[in-house]
Design a binder for this molecule. Structure first.
Ligand SMILES: Nc1ncnc2c1ncn2[C@@H]1O[C@H](COP(=O)(O)OP(=O)(O)O)[C@@H](O)[C@H]1O
Ligand SMILES: [Mg+2]
Length: 356
């Protein structure tokens, strides 16, 4: 009897939905994930609208919100107006918070318009479920803020200090016991750019002065270097781990970003790594996030070192890694080949409990 009731509840909760993907095709970071998500959502039978944040706006028809965007082609390229071609919008998408989920992939601190954030805040105030939330984007876009949140919730990280002035470099290094090499990062940055290897006080002072000259209000983090051969990217979705991959350090480098050339492989997490990755996603208010850590030397006993959480994780890499891995793939412990993590992510949101 109880089983039967569970079955009914599950059926009631599993509802199809309409999906809006708000993203931006940045010439330096072409939009690959959003068109892939659109394709997988269409295959699942969802009604999807891929919108370009540049030029995008909302109207209200009294019942619903209407979302206007420049047309976006199947590769994710928007058709932007230019001096010779007038503004052309595609048919607006009608949406309301009860049936429309909004995935936003374009809020970052390095580029983008402040008004995109305002639109996201506005959509939240209308009651829309935005993935990831504005709060999550705020935390994850700023490595120092992310660090502070980790510290607040006792999520283990490498020892980290903020350099607080152009002449504050050596003072900060002192707080890390002057143990070189150290890792220096600008608080805003991604794809490994802005993350530097510092071997000596002389190099440190020079880099810090230069960064301040180029940008007088820059925030710079100085961090203990954790020796490792790889780091780990965990995809956490709605409080569940849907996949993990190991990213080997690039030859001749210390970084492991896929955008810098690392070739990821499927990775099996320990129970402790799973627990802590879920916690790292939760403390930053993440719905669909990429959690990055460097493993500890005793992976079953000691907590990993969390590096950051990404609020706009690329999914193309992990999609390929997991679908090729077949029986080793850990997606929901399914063993079959050809599994699509993107499809699994989209399916999860059929459960409206995750919209709260
Ligand atoms: N404290 C550290 N010790 C060792 N390697 C690190 C450390 N911090 C970062 N890295 C390496 O540099 C990469 C990029 O750093 P990260 O802070 O994630 O910046 P980004 O946002 O640019 O990816 C990481 O994926 C990791 O390989
Ligand atoms: Mg990173």
């Amino acid at each position: 009897m109880e089983d039967f009731r569970d079955f009914i509840t599950e059926k009631k909760e599993d509802k199809s939905y309409r999906l809006v993907i708000l993203s931006h095709d940045d010439p330096l970071d072409p939009n690959e994930t959003a068109p892939m998500v659109r394709k997988k959502a269409e295959e699942l039978g969802l009604e999807v609208f891929l919108a370009e944040l540049m030029g995008c706006y909302l109207e209200d028809d009294g019942n619903n919100k209407l979302l206007y965007s420049y047309p976006v082609d199947k590769n994710g390229k928007p058709e932007l107006p230019d001096m010779k071609h007038p503004v052309k919008y595609s048919k607006p998408f009608t949406m309301n918070p009860d049936d429309t989920l909004i995935m936003i992939r374009g809020l970052n601190a390095r580029n983008g318009c402040a008004s995109w954030w305002t639109m996201a805040r506005n959509l939240e105030s209308f009651g829309f479920k935005i993935i990831n939330s504005v709060k999550c984007n705020e935390i994850c876009n700023d490595k120092w803020y992310n660090q502070i949140i980790f510290q607040r919730y006792d999520v283990r990280t490498p020892a980290t200090v903020l350099i607080r002035h152009s002449e504050g470099a050596l003072d900060a290094a002192e707080k890390l016991d002057n143990k070189y090499p150290m890792i220096l990062k600008t608080s805003i940055g991604s794809q490994g750019v802005g993350v530097m290897w510092v071997e000596s006080p002389k190099a440190l002072v020079g880099i810090v002065q230069l960064l301040y000259r180029e940008s007088p209000y820059v925030d710079i983090l100085l961090q203990e270097h954790i020796k490792t051969e790889y780091d780990v990217r965990v995809i956490v979705v709605g409080g569940e781990i849907l996949g993990a991959m190991k990213r080997p350090i690039i030859e001749g480098d210390f970084r492991s970003n896929v955008s810098q050339g690392s070739e990821p492989e499927v990775f099996k997490l320990t129970e402790l790594e799973k627990e802590e990755s879920l916690r790292a996603a939760e403390v930053v208010d993440g719905d669909i996030v990429g959690v990055d850590f460097i493993p500890s030397s005793d992976r079953n006993k000691d907590h990993p070192y969390f590096i950051e959480v990404n609020s706009t994780p690329g999914l193309v890499g992990i999609e390929a890694v997991l679908s090729q891995a077949g029986s080793k793939a850990i997606v929901k412990d399914k063993k079959e080949k050809g599994i699509s993590i993107t499809t699994e992510i989209l399916k999860k949101y059929m459960n409206r409990d995750l919209w709260k």
